[in-house]
Design a binder for this molecule. Structure first.
Ligand code: PMP
Ligand code: GLN
Length: 384
């Protein structure tokens, strides 16, 4: 019998570059600076609190919207950081990771033909998330090499079908961050065209050089239009936990939860119980920017011994580097070559563009032990 086939709803999509490069790193025993995750341990206190929660029986379904004491603690954290009151009952939903929060936000809003402004390079889940909902991603390239937003170009791409704008600050893969001038443009634009916002702020605590994180939650007019998505994986060095949350106004949250309840329904209970206690100590999150800035600076200083040229990174786990002054390879071939022959895995920046725009730039993840960074850079010094 002929085997059954389904027509792909995502015909252009293959396996994510993060999966491909991490697998190659493993196969070749390379040092993995490709996929973004820490190679150091998550906080012992959080492991202990989670173990205790399990021992004390917090092992059944959490409420659909999330463990209420955790949502209350998130509201407190948002108040401490951004001076905004958020209602834990009606405006916060705990999700299986930032990725699922983003998917749920798009799914709650988009109807076939709705257009969403997406800046490229873009985190790889946005466009497939939009397209599987019948939406259309309207791509706007960030300016190379500073990866700022050209607001004139954004305006030129707005049509009567534009429904949403997708933002990511601090930005993966470039490490660029939104500035006050961007916020001023954004405020005018969304008001004029009545747009909604999906704001991916999973790297809120990974911001450097004393720059403030300009969360949508700081601005009442932006917050009123936004689904703001966060990740405990990044904040607490446990990407494998896949736990995040979405903050949105009550009516948006009600629609968000209609999707969430029939997709995830609820998330891993012990971790939610543990985080509700862990986050009471503000230092647990206030200490994160300095930790990662130290990593960024240490990696940048080590990399001066190599031929790679850095592009600025003000946030996230990542730093982009140019290599095209010493190699003619395209960035995918270069990344594979580097992994196989030098034993250091990275991510080609072209993977973040639908049309494969290649500026001769690769992404390294510096969320690693100093020793890992030292060993990687030692290998990268040896390039003709
Ligand atoms: N957005 C961006 C920009 C990311 O880099 C990541 C990291 N995977 C996510 C969302 C997803 O976060 P999570 O692992 O919590 O799903
Ligand atoms: N956000 C991580 C990165 O950019 C990867 C997450 C994933 O593998 N999906 O490397």
């Amino acid at each position: 019998m002929e085997s059954l086939r389904i027509a792909s709803k995502l015909p252009k999509v293959g396996t994510t570059i993060f999966t491909v490069m991490s697998a190659l790193a493993q196969e070749t025993q390379a040092i993995n600076l490709s996929q973004g995750f820490p190679d150091f341990e998550m906080p012992e206190a959080l492991v202990r609190l989670t173990t205790e929660a399990m021992q004390q029986g917090a092992n059944q379904y959490a409420p659909m919207a999330g463990w209420l004491p955790l949502r209350a603690q998130i509201a407190q954290k948002i108040y401490n950081l951004y001076g905004t009151d958020v209602n834990p009952d009606t405006e916060i939903t705990i999700t299986p990771g930032g990725t699922c929060a983003i998917y749920t936000a798009f799914t709650a809003v988009l109807r076939p033909g709705d257009e969403v402004i997406v800046f490229e390079p873009a985190y790889d889940s946005y466009i497939p998330n939009i397209e599987i909902n019948g939406g259309v991603a309207v791509r706007v390239a960030l300016r190379f090499p500073d990866y700022g937003i050209d607001w004139q170009e954004v305006r030129s791409k707005i049509t009567s079908r534009t429904r949403m704008i997708a933002l990511n600050t601090p930005h993966n893969p470039t490490g660029s961050v939104l500035r006050e001038a961007d916020i001023a443009e954004l405020r005018k634009l969304v008001a004029e065209h009545d747009l909604l916002i999906m704001s991916d702020e999973v790297y809120e605590h990974l911001i450097f050089d004393d720059l403030p994180h300009l969360s949508m939650l700081r601005y009442p007019d932006l917050r009123a239009r936004a689904f703001v998505c966060f990740s405990f994986g990044k904040a607490c060095h446990c990407t494998g936990w896949k736990l995040g949350y979405c903050v949105a106004p009550p009516q948006f949250t009600a629609e968000f939860r209609k999707v969430h309840q029939f997709n995830a329904f609820s998330c891993f209970t012990p971790a939610q119980v543990a985080l509700a206690t862990y986050l009471k100590d503000e230092q647990t999150y206030r200490s994160v920017p300095a930790l990662y800035q130290q990593k960024r600076d240490y990696f940048a200083q080590l990399m001066t011994q190599t031929r790679f040229e850095p592009l600025p990174s003000h946030g996230s786990y990542f730093q982009l580097y140019r290599y095209n002054h010493f190699s003619d390879l395209n960035d995918r071939d270069f990344s594979i070559w580097l992994t196989k022959t030098k034993g250091v895995a990275c991510i080609p920046a072209s993977a973040f563009y639908q049309d494969g725009t290649d500026h001769g730039v690769v992404r390294f993840c510096f969320a690693k032990k100093n020793q890992t960074l030292e060993q990687a850079v030692e290998r990268l010094c040896d390039l003709e």
